[in-house]
Design a binder for this molecule. Sequence first.
Ligand code: NAG
Ligand code: NAG
Ligand code: NAG
Ligand code: NAG
Ligand code: NAG
Ligand code: NAG
Length: 576
Amino acid sequence: MMKLLLTLLSLALGIMAQSYPTTSTTFYNPALPGWHSDPSCIRRDDTFFCVTSTFIAFPGLPVYASKDLRNWRLISHVWNRESQLPGVSWNTTEQQQGMYAATIREHKGEIYVVCEYLGVPGGIIGVLFKTKDPFNDAAWSDPVIFHPKKIDPDLFWDDDDTLYVATQGIIVQKLNTETGELSQPPISLWNGTGGVWPEGPHIYKKDGYYYLLIAEGGTAGDHSITMARSRNLTGPYEPYAGNPVLTARGTQRYFQTVGHGDLFTDKAGNWWGMCLATRSGPAYEIYPMGREAVLFPVTWKEGGWPVMQTIEGRMSGWPSMPVPTRHVPGDGPFVADPDVYDFKAGSSIPKNLIYWRVPRKGSFKITKKGLEIAPSRANLTGTPFDNVETSGQRGLSFIARRQTDTLFTYSVDLVSKPKQPNEEAGVSVFLTQVNHLDLGIVQLPPTNPSKEPQLVFRFRVESHNVPIAVPKPQIVPVPAAWKHSPVRLQISTSNNVTYEFSAMQPGHPESAIKIGTASAQLVSGGNGTFVGSLVGAYATCNGAGKGVDCPKGEPAIFRRWRYTGKGQQISANEVV
Ligand SMILES: *[C@@H]1O[C@H](CO)[C@@H](O)[C@H](O)[C@H]1NC(C)=O
Ligand SMILES: *[C@@H]1O[C@H](CO)[C@@H](O)[C@H](O)[C@H]1NC(C)=O
Ligand SMILES: *[C@@H]1O[C@H](CO)[C@@H](O)[C@H](O)[C@H]1NC(C)=O
Ligand SMILES: *[C@@H]1O[C@H](CO)[C@@H](O)[C@H](O)[C@H]1NC(C)=O
Ligand SMILES: *[C@@H]1O[C@H](CO)[C@@H](O)[C@H](O)[C@H]1NC(C)=O
Ligand SMILES: *[C@@H]1O[C@H](CO)[C@@H](O)[C@H](O)[C@H]1NC(C)=O
């Protein structure tokens, strides 16, 4: 009886699964956990490459490579040198401008990444980078600049080698890869099915059709992927009757905001897609990692429309999915690896550590003492839109990695102590300059002239546009016995909604002092709806002195940087 039931059940599942792979290979989403929005991917031989958006973070446009679609190694950043776009980063005022959605494609042996940079005087700058060696930062070219009117450029070379760039709208123009000249006027291809912001276009040629895949509905609850096709690149396009092809709109699923994707094949010829999603559940209140990249198998029969597997935490891949392997060239870490960084003399800044805008020369150095961070006059909040010297526009002394796990522990040892009044060094969960949670050691000026300056732990929250109360700062004196020895500053999550901030003597967890806790909602959405939380270390003098640099003093010295993932929430009731 039981056997019969099981047979019936598996038959039923087989029917429900339609043309999806039957002998399945399990994999987990997000494929690229942590802030990795707007993924675009290709395959070259047996290697898959994906690029994601980075807005004003630098280096920008990370490229991940994988041979098994599970182990993704950070191999380079397309935008990795100030000289590729001189002055652009420091001219950008707002928190969510910079490098928007990119597209990666291969053409005649070279890999191209096209993107658009927003927020500089004069409007959007289109940037087209190329390389023969995506494993090497230095091999990425300076960009060819062009001047599009709309965001989210695609790259599509037709059979005659003409390059078409479709953008938001959806409109298309030819692009001259030498001069950056765009053909005029743009041709309108399709306005989508009526959702707001038809954008993120990608064109594919298959079975005599040009297929146009787009994102629609805005990048939140109504987000979706829709498609249209034409026999002629410039149209007219016939929308798919089954649109949207993929969405979580109106569902109770844990993975929400599903949309903005790209399609590619594996070596066996099976189709796959990557798109963005948010692990929030339908409440859409707590999602500190923002928009993450998720992988899904696609069935795309000849002459038909692609069928995409619903986005879940546990997915069934194609039977021929490559077996897991970490044999991927490159010197960067895999996205799910822990950080074990001791900043030994002669080592370089690890590849997965990033900054908020291009840093000032000399702000970050690895010496025999450890990672030296010269404090910036601007603190993590700064004075946005006001004074360029304290706004953070000239680079913040903040270095961080993405929060990539629901549950994690991050810690770093602060070897030095702030010595000047208002000087501070610490750790932060950082979404934007107006949404961050900081635990610092601060040299507080004396409250009256007869008193001594005070060395304290200060936990403070900056958070805007969130529907909950912002916790008050917590101030705890640094114990006298700790004043001349390193202090470990730690951020951890033991559940999916709260961060805990503590300080301890290295090697003595029993000495830990809990300084503060904060809801992850304070860094979910807010004024950073496009970005995702980073965790890292900073140093500042909180506006003391004049100019962009702090009054002459000593750098903050950090050692023993550790980040360990402890669990991924993949559905409302499952952590893996
Ligand atoms: C940056 O802004 C300054 C001052 O407005 C301007 O002179 C310069 O051309 C800008 N540079 C770039 C690359 O936008
Ligand atoms: C899309 O909408 C614009 C503005 O209404 C219109 O000019 C254009 O013709 C439309 N494009 C298509 C392909 O229908
Ligand atoms: C494709 O579009 C172009 C430009 O509008 C037009 O000249 C050409 O005749 C079209 N071809 C077909 C097969 O519709
Ligand atoms: C946050 O975003 C809102 C809405 O876009 C804006 O009005 C407000 O000025 C922003 N707040 C800060 C502190 O940047
Ligand atoms: C951060 O810097 C600004 C401007 O330089 C200053 O007004 C503010 O008080 C600083 N914040 C803290 C917590 O010291
Ligand atoms: C947190 O976990 C609970 C179940 O323990 C679940 O209901 C909720 O959706 C989760 N929230 C997030 C943001 O992961």
